[in-house]
Design a protein around this ligand. Structure first.
Ligand code: NAP
Length: 293
């Protein structure tokens, strides 16, 4: 079987088009423009380009973005003061502090300072706790993006046997918790694997849906996947490639070419989960603005 490719770029574009309409409606009917406060400390090139992409995406769908690029020497007090100001600003519906922060700043203190009602990244312990106990919460963007890809590709989650490889706080753990909830995005039976899992292939081979979030190329190979499985690759890894001008290329955690021969549906890297993360941040910002009406 040759897998159908899940086109993350297209699905992200579809969601952004829906959001653009909602934003226009919010402006026209209620005079409300969703606002995202963005804070970048320092000049890490990867963080800078990520923040620029987020700001462009906001602009594209009509979200107001309050862009704050601070020097690397910014103190924790200055940063906390800015977060506090954004917490009180009614024009700001979501706050995004780009991670990682410089070493002299306590990252968790800063994330804790964000008003949970503006926590559009979904990383605040209150947001995570609300989600885990099944209350309305901002869903963190990458796991929510994975669920959107599955649902919009017609994959049934209800009763599905899902195996997730990876248990990080930003992907594996929240994704597992979303998928076991008693709601339309869940009702799956989930196994979470990690480096202490005894026989990874034994787990992945029986899964209807395999989700790889390990951060290592070739963690999931064709012999580890059953015929007809759905395979989602969250991993983004740089591998040396002298044929490319920049000297490397991006690959996921899945041996794409071989697994695509067995799977029924598969995401590519790039162009799969990647475009969904920013899209779900926009989604949360619009949801936050709607909740203030
Ligand atoms: P992380 O914090 O490094 O966590 C990796 C997890 O995978 C850990 O739980 C680790 O187990 C597990 N793991 C690693 N190698 C394994 C193996 N061989 N077998 C079984 N489990 C293994 O990484 P992360 O932040 O979750 O990110 C994972 C990947 O997703 C990275 O490539 C990252 O770049 C990518 N990512 C992409 C997006 C996106 O928007 N597309 C967003 C976030 C992350 P232990 O806990 O036992 O160490």
């Amino acid at each position: 079987m040759a897998a159908r490719i899940i086109d993350g770029k297209q699905i992200a574009q579809d969601i952004r088009a829906e959001l653009k309409e909602t934003v226009a409606e919010l402006k026209a009917t209620h005079g409300v423009t969703p606002g995202l406060g963005v804070i970048l400390v320092g000049d890490d090139p990867a963080s800078r380009s990520y923040v620029t992409a987020k700001e462009r995406a906001c602009e594209e769908i009509g979200i107001y973005s309050d862009d704050n690029r601070l020097p690397a020497e910014t103190t924790q007090e200055e940063l906390l003061a800015l977060v506090g100001k954004m917490n009180r600003d009614p024009k700001i519906h979501g706050i995004l502090v780009q991670l990682p922060l410089p070493k002299h700043i306590d990252e968790s203190a800063v994330l804790l300072a964000i008003d949970p009602d503006k926590d559009v990244d979904g990383f605040h312990p209150v947001s995570v706790g609300r989600m885990v106990i099944g209350e309305k919460a901002f869903l963190s963007c990458t796991p929510h993006g994975v669920i959107q890809l599955l649902q919009r590709s017609g994959v049934t989650l209800d009763g599905a046997d899902v195996v997730i490889v990876g248990r990080s706080n930003i992907v594996g753990k929240p994704l597992a918790n979303m998928l076991i909830q008693k709601w339309d995005k869940g009702n799956a039976t989930v196994t979470v694997c990690h480096t202490r899992t005894k026989n990874l292939a034994e787990h992945t081979r029986r899964a209807d849906i395999v989700i790889a979030a390990a951060g290592r190329p070739n963690t999931v190979t064709a012999d580890m996947v059953r015929e007809g499985a759905v395979v989602i690759d969250v991993g983004v890894n740089r591998v040396d490639d002298p044929t490319r001008e920049r000297g490397y290329r991006l690959v996921g955690d899945v041996d794409f070419a071989a697994v695509a021969e067995k799977a029924s549906l598969i995401t590519p890297v790039p162009g799969g989960v990647g475009p969904m993360t920013i899209t779900m941040l926009l989604f949360n910002t619009v949801e936050s603005a709607k909740s203030t009406l």
